[in-house]
Design a binder for this molecule. Structure first.
Ligand code: 2P0
Length: 337
């Protein structure tokens, strides 16, 4: 029996989210404060499960998908746990065991589910008194998009105003009513390997150098307002149209960074063509793409099989996974003994 058994262990589960109005660019890197507000759908596939145990040892120990972490991944988690320790006034180290059911670092939102699960489990293990909004703000400090995975369904991350500690309180996610929408996201997986350029680095370079960045950020405010209205009206076609234009605009900002950053591959473009073909055939299907070549196709639950079949018919280079609206982060059990 491990010496961990006499201390508090908590396990949390969180799901990835896919933004329909994207977060791309920080106004404050230390506090993970975004330039723009964003809006997402939490999925019901590819969960992260994370157990945090408070330990007596000298250092945090992290096991990631069965391997002991070191270097940058370990440092990122220790830095995050330092925030929890600072908020609680506690000094103990933690043993973190985390696993992703889906691909890691492939533009499939593993850092969103990862830090939402870590925030939820670490807060419980260190007895941090935090409601969901506070957990969203905490998760944000690990990875911006993780702020949204605290909640299920459609979620808005309010950018807030200002910089530094004073702005921290105003930047959090909250769920919004999805009306009668019952969307599916058919994920066309063309590459499940970790990306060469991280989102953090890519968005920093984009904000600093792309002449298209500010116009996109401005247009994103319009997209968010129109997206809220489209969701309130349960208008899936409008939701898809806005999501697709917002994502393509985000990729335009990366392509025009100096040097340019390109996550889109020929396989991504083949799927975009197939989605256009589906629309020409009267299927309500729209694409969104994140920091990787994989394409997510928004459609109704009823149309998901035909969308998946159409994408798979493109060839062996692509497989699909169909996701629906999923739940927010939750504690699996309290392992305190
Ligand atoms: C999003 N992405 O809104 C956007 C769209 C990727 C493209 O949030 O630097 O891993 O840790 O805050 O959250 C991916 O960026 O970046 C992301 P950090 P994160 O989902």
């Amino acid at each position: 029996m491990s010496s961990d058994t006499d201390v508090t262990a908590t396990t949390a589960v969180a799901y990835p989210n896919i933004a329909l109005v994207k977060y791309w660019g920080k106004r404050d890197e230390e506090f993970f404060l975004p330039v723009t507000s964003s809006l997402s759908l939490t999925l019901d596939i590819f969960p992260t499960t994370t157990t945090v145990t408070v330990i007596d040892g000298p250092d945090d120990v992290v096991e990631f998908n069965g391997e002991v972490a070191s270097g940058t991944p370990l440092a990122r988690i220790t830095r995050f746990l330092d925030l929890v320790r600072a908020k609680t006034g506690r000094t103990e180290r933690a043993h973190v065991v985390t696993s992703n059911a889906g691909p890691t670092g492939a533009g499939l939102a593993s850092s969103a589910s990862g830090f939402a699960a870590l925030a939820t489990s670490a807060a419980a293990a260190f007895s941090l008194d935090a409601d969901q909004r506070a957990l969203s703000r905490l998760a944000r400090r690990g990875s911006g998009s993780a702020s949204r995975s605290i909640f299920g369904g459609f979620v808005v991350w309010n950018a807030g105003d200002g910089l530094g500690e004073a702005a921290d309180l105003g930047s959090y996610a909250e769920p919004i009513d999805g009306g009668s929408l019952d969307p599916a996201l058919v994920v066309g997986v063309v590459n499940n390997q970790a990306k060469a350029v991280s989102s953090t680095v890519a968005m920093r370079q984009t904000v600093a150098t792309s002449p298209f960045y500010l116009p996109w950020a401005e247009s994103s405010k319009v997209d968010l307002a129109e997206m809220r209205a489209a969701i309130a009206a349960s208008d899936l076609a409008a939701v898809g149209e806005i999501a697709e234009r917002n994502a393509l605009g985000m990729h335009a900002t990366m392509l025009t960074a100096r040097p340019g950053i390109r996550y889109l591959s020929p396989q991504s473009l083949a799927i975009l063509d197939a989605v256009q073909g589906l629309r020409a055939d009267g299927v309500v299907a729209y694409a969104t793409i994140d920091a990787g070549p994989n394409v997510k196709v928004l459609c109704s639950r009823a149309d998901a099989p035909v969308v998946a079949k159409t994408i798979e018919a493109l060839g062996d280079f692509v497989s699909t996974q169909t996701a629906f609206s999923g739940q927010g982060a939750y504690l699996l059990r309290d392992g305190a003994s």
